[in-house]
Design a protein around this ligand. Sequence first.
Ligand code: GCU
Length: 433
Amino acid sequence: MLTTRRRAIGTLGSGLLLSTAHGQNTNAPETVAGIPVNYDEARVGTYTLPDPLTLANGQPVRDAQTWYRKRRPETVHLFEENQFGRSPGRPPGMSFDVFEKGTPALDGTAIRRQVTIYFSKDKTGPKVDLLLYLPAGTHKPVPLLLNIRFSANSTAVDDSGIKPGEIWGRDRKKIPAPKSSHFPKLNVAPFLARGIGIATAYYGDIEPDFDGELVYGVRSLYLKPGETAFALDEWGAIAAWAWGLSRIMDYFETDASVDPKRVAVLGVSRLGKTVLWAGAHDTRFALVIASCSGEGGAALSRRNYGETIKHLTAPSRFAYQFCANYRKYADHVNQLPVDGHMLIALMAPRPVLLQTGDTDRWSDPKGEFLAAAAAGPVYHFLGKQGLDTDKMPAAGQPILHDIGYYMHSGGHGTIPSDWDQFLKFMNLHLKTA
Ligand code: GCU
């Protein structure tokens, strides 16, 4: 099992390092878990996407009320049952410890606040540390970008006042976070300058990212005595990380400095899948930015290009991130009742931005574009603007409508210039300063 974890982190690390390699590596392995990978458009095959605006009983969705009352909940349920798994609601014993109320930080541009969110009455159990920077000198609730990350809060920003965090080390034990991390730092300054707060949390605080992890993370609180696995339609790790984001949102609703109606959420890669599911499931998130979410995220699963469900759920890879039912579709993708376009459509009418990279072929940037285009009818139906084109834009050409798409020139992950688009998208849609 340990080897599984090392492999997982190794893949992740190298994947994200490509972001700095900027186009030098195409992130296109030829076989993964012994399964060949297709990168030939001529061999993608044909497919028919499920219609997001047709109910499971075959009736068309004719008005917004039917979307909100029937088709939307039905679609959420289909994703729960077949892809991410059902998760519980807010736990009754949860509490917030605002252990740092507000300290001037970052050369006086910010107020730093730190909070521990305990998921149960037992304070030795799973908990998440939240780090928040609020723009200095603002007296009204601010819009905020919440970034769920692969590294401890203490390595996210150059600030010695951050509580030293812990990360998962070898042997499935938490160890003190190293002083630095190869994951890019948070680009806080331009957001603060526009009156936007920034918050971050380490995904491993919520649930570790390795197979067989049930006893370590938040899901352990929900295992019944003697149970060692969840049912086929119960939560995998992505749903647990998304659940943690909702608990952070519960905290924001109690923080007078934050406008809970203008909280955006950002994640990269498997955390791009996570933020899409968080936004689909919890409509309190006002805006989602999903970076390179790929297969199991925004990319169309029915398109046989780059990673497929079969690669993703191979036992040596990331099956544990999804509900067990998802594996059924490894060889039967056309039977999956949902696809990436429907995950995007669940954000409607709220804005969603997909950021991809032109050499990140493994994550299929075109599959994400096609999914975004196919989610357009739901946005139009609700009076919002989809991509409004079926021509995929070149790298560096953003579309920042209610559905946004931006492909940088380069590989997997985010690069510094992506942050300019994130800020622009938030300014446009959350009407920030
Ligand atoms: C692997 C995995 C992807 C995932 C990525 C990541 O490459 O196959 O589906 O998005 O890891 O999280 O970095």
